[in-house]
Design a protein around this ligand. Structure first.
Ligand code: UDX
Length: 435
């Protein structure tokens, strides 16, 4: 099929490449010329495992092109809207102006056989509103939320655990389902569950899923606070409660909490939208989820300061990790960088290292010091803070690391190291939610 993808960020670039790899002819449209050039050259402007290979292969086969010219989308029958919906500055609500602009730019290229598929995470009610916007063209709109995780985006796009189609009732809805079934034929042939819902349910599925994940993380981090107060160990607690299948062990890793471009802004946008709908009480608990999450960052700084005898002044602190999670170079609302900045403002000399995210971190927070080489970053440190659990930091050898630093103080912000090993090698090991 001929497909257009409007917006080629983390979501759209992967979606475009993945759809081309399924055999479709894809045109990716973005307003950012530099991004279009980078994607065309097979070097995505962000780090996502497997994406570069997919881009190169699809372009070699002549199935994928990127452009800034939205009129090229006119060739397509199905148009995926993959633009961002960031948090509005100073508000909880999501900014949907990019979604509106994308649909607006498509309008004159739509015909009665076109299908517009929204993938962006939007406040409930958006699809219904946009259906009115494109109605004069006779085109159909549907919402097909995306559940991909950064760092696993290619795998999640090609092998999703479910597909949700939010469609209008009647013939328009039927036409949308048929078109998307054709796009996803290969994925559906793998017995991927597919649910057909109305617009509002599909939009809510996405925000509800992210709210649940955020709640799970903040729940275990609240337990970590209690463990700290009582001397218990949150990692053992998580293992024990996680063995109950009804609870499950996934997303119960206590530590520095969640960040990134999705979870924080999605729970806030959900609260804002619920308020507009007069249902704010229903999700009032998310405010607490957000607070618990933010408190972890402050607690991390407190533990680190305490481990350094009460002051950061004149101390060299090495922060391992800048990305909001491993296997990503995304630093949006990164808990690691939030901690690094707090320590810097309290007089610590902070050096941040990361396998992929230094470039982005430097752009966002030029005031911090950066060092790409882990060994050099650790050299002379008075304390080491593990804040993003990249494999190479999890695999650090306590004895070899001890040779590099000045002070053998380690704070494990992600509860991924084995305390005994580090203590045996002479380190002061501290962690969130563990004695
Ligand atoms: C999330 C959702 O998982 C995905 O379905 C949705 O499409 C977009 O938002 P993502 O933001 O890529 O994906 O990251 P995710 O793997 O969910 O992690 C989010 C944050 O939670 C990270 O900062 C991570 O470090 C943190 N986290 C995750 C924990 O602190 N503990 C856990 O147990 C799991």
């Amino acid at each position: 099929m001929r497909i257009s993808v409007i917006g080629c960020g983390y979501l759209g670039a992967v979606h475009a490449a993945a759809m081309a790899s399924l055999g479709h002819e894809v045109i990716g449209v973005d307003i950012d010329e530099a991004k279009v050039e980078a994607l065309t050259s097979g070097h995505p402007p962000f780090f996502e495992p497997g994406l570069s290979e997919l881009l190169v292969k699809a372009q070699e086969k002549g199935r994928l092109e990127f452009t800034t010219d939205v009129s090229r989308a006119a060739e397509a029958q199905v148009h995926f809207v993959c633009v961002g919906t960031p948090q509005k500055p100073g508000e909880f609500a999501a900014d949907v102006t990019y979604v509106d602009a994308a649909v607006d730019s498509l309008r004159e290229h739509l015909t009665s056989t076109s299908v517009v598929v929204g993938k962006s995470t939007v406040p409930v009610g958006t699809a219904e509103r946009l259906a009115g916007v494109i109605a004069p063209s006779g085109a159909t709109i549907m919402w097909n939320p995306e559940f991909l995780r950064e760092g696993h985006a290619v795998e999640d796009t090609l092998h999703p655990n479910r597909l949700v189609y939010g469609v209008a009732s009647g013939q328009a809805g039927q036409r949308a389902v048929e078109a998307l079934d054709e796009v996803y034929a290969t994925i559906l042939s793998e017995d991927t569950p597919r649910m057909i819902t109305d617009f509002a349910t599909a939009e809510l599925v996405k925000t509800a899923a992210n709210s649940f994940l955020a709640t799970k993380i903040s729940f275990i981090n609240a337990m970590a606070e209690l463990c700290e107060a009582s001397g218990a160990d949150v990692t053992q607690l998580a293992d024990a409660i996680g063995m109950d299948e009804r609870i499950g062990r996934k997303f119960l890793n206590a530590g520095l909490g969640f960040g990134g471009g999705c979870l924080p802004k999605d729970i806030r946008a959900f609260m804002a939208r619920a308020g507009e709908l007069g249902a704010d009480q229903a999700v009032a608990f998310l405010k607490e989820i957000d607070s618990i999450n933010m408190r972890r960052r402050v607690r991390m700084v407190d533990i680190a300061r305490d481990a350094l005898d009460g002051s950061f002044i004149g101390k060299r602190i090495t922060v391992l990790g800048a990305a909001f999670k491993p296997d990503s170079d995304d630093v949006r609302d990164s808990p690691a960088l939030a901690v690094a900045r707090l320590i810097a403002t309290q007089g610590g000399v902070v050096t941040v290292t990361d396998p992929q995210a230094i470039g982005n971190a430097q752009k966002s927070f030029p005031e911090l010091r950066y060092e790409a080489d882990t060994g050099r970053a650790l050299s002379g440190a008075d304390a080491v803070l593990l804040l993003t659990e990249w494999r190479e930091y999890r695999d650090l050898d306590p004895a070899a690391t001890a040779e590099l630093v000045t002070g053998k103080v380690l704070v494990d912000g992600r509860n991924v190291l084995t305390p005994e090993l580090w203590r045996e090698a002479g380190w002061t090991y501290r962690a969130l939610g563990r004695p």
